[in-house]
Design a protein around this ligand. Structure first.
Ligand code: 1CP
Length: 340
């Protein structure tokens, strides 16, 4: 495939680039009126995820409307537990909910390691359509949740401030925990490989609830599974974003990944020292900066970019963009990176 714009792939590989590439986590979504329009004609979020033509349409929207250097396929990390046998609901204004959760050996035995091409065909089809429609304008980022983050939803049954049920499981039943984490990992590897076969050029592993764990727990229950994923995906660069896990940056740097995502609490200069010169860093403007006036957004974005000077960098926020941030604020961030 030849690209009109392959900055992000080259930056991920650590090659020299003319300018820093930029995209935003959660760029396809409620910040765009055009997304809300597509979504309002449907029964809900899941119908959008499961309709490949429409998922492709909203994947491409931020490329057209915001000018980002990559598309991220429109789906959710929760399609993986669903494919394994735990269905989720996406409740308006409330977020995900799993009517059934994993508590016992028996619950775990009922889970399968599915064939991604069957159970997750809708997202794989969306990737193929997106690929065709983008025609090389920008690359597509594929993704999955990290095993610990998926585990936390499967045990907890939904979002949580503390994920204390999921953490309790790690302390009280480590054997069951490892078996579940292993099943999730096998499913995730097969799913990411299928995404690569269908056309994604980068994959990102989102460990959104990494910071909930202690360092000791992270090293036992999270890192070894992310390592398996990194070791299994060899044909495209892998990004690991472990939000809040500042305490394992050195260990993540030792993984077979190309890019490491930083959240807004991880200092870029300190992170570069810990991680070393080889990896690409991604991040990490506080999403709330985008609530400021344009002058402040520009200044804060430049200050962020200054901190990454001299190393390979992909500009992004420190976590997903919030739904009530205006597209103009997002464009100000993107244009500032492009003009830097
Ligand atoms: O009504 C809507 O439109 C629902 C909002 C929404 C959207 C747009 C959800 C519900 N998921 C998504 C899409 C989505 N989710 C993408 C696609 C594209 C993009 O980034 O532009 C991606 C990559 C995700 C990944 C995702 N889902 C993560 C990891 C990233 C992160 O933000 O930490 C997580 C934790 C989820 C779970 C999820 N899905 C949706 C919500 C509200 C949540 C979080 C709930 C919670 O706080 O537990």
């Amino acid at each position: 495939m030849t690209y009109q714009n392959d900055l992000i792939i080259r930056a991920a590989k650590g090659e020299l680039v003319e300018r820093t590439p930029v995209w935003l986590m959660r760029q396809a979504g409620r910040i765009l009126k055009e997304y809300r329009d597509v979504r309002s004609k449907l029964s809900g979020f899941k119908e959008l995820v499961e309709t490949p033509e429409l998922a492709a349409e909203v994947t491409i929207q931020p490329v057209d409307l915001l000018g980002v250097d990559a598309a991220i396929i429109f789906s959710d990390i929760l399609v993986v537990p669903e494919a394994m046998g735990l269905t989720y609901e996406m409740l308006e204004q409330k977020g995900p909910h799993f009517p059934k959760t994993i508590q016992t050996e028996k619950d775990l035995d009922a889970l399968i390691v599915p064939d991604a091409y069957e159970s997750l065909a809708y997202t794989l089809d969306a990737i193929k359509i997106t690929k065709k429609e983008l025609a090389g304008r920008v690359p597509i980022i594929g993704f999955a949740g990290a095993p610990w983050t998926i585990f936390s939803y499967m045990v907890e049954g939904g979002g949580s401030k503390t994920f204390s049920k999921a953490k309790k499981m790690l302390y009280t039943n480590p054997t069951l925990s490892h078996t579940l984490l292993n099943k999730i990992t096998q499913t995730t590897i097969a799913y990411l490989k299928a995404q690569v076969e269908c056309g994604v050029e980068i994959v990102q592993v989102f460990d959104s609830w990494a910071g909930i764990l202690t360092e000791e727990q992270y090293k036992e229950f999270a890192l070894p599974y992310i390592k398996q994923i990194c070791d299994s995906i060899n044909s495209v660069p892998v990004t690991v974003f472990a939000k809040g896990a500042y305490f394992v940056r050195k260990e993540i740097a030792a993984l077979n990944c190309r890019t490491i995502g930083l959240d807004w609490n991880m200092d870029p200069i300190e992170s570069r020292k810990i991680i070393g010169a080889d990896k690409t860093l991604q991040g990490n403007l506080d999403p709330c900066v985008l609530y400021s006036d344009f002058k402040t957004i520009e200044r804060k974005t430049k200050e962020m970019l200054d901190q990454y000077k001299g190393g390979s960098h992909i500009a992004n926020l420190g976590h997903g963009v919030y739904p009530d941030i205006t597209p103009d604020a997002v464009r100000c961030f993107i244009d500032t990176v492009k003009a830097y």
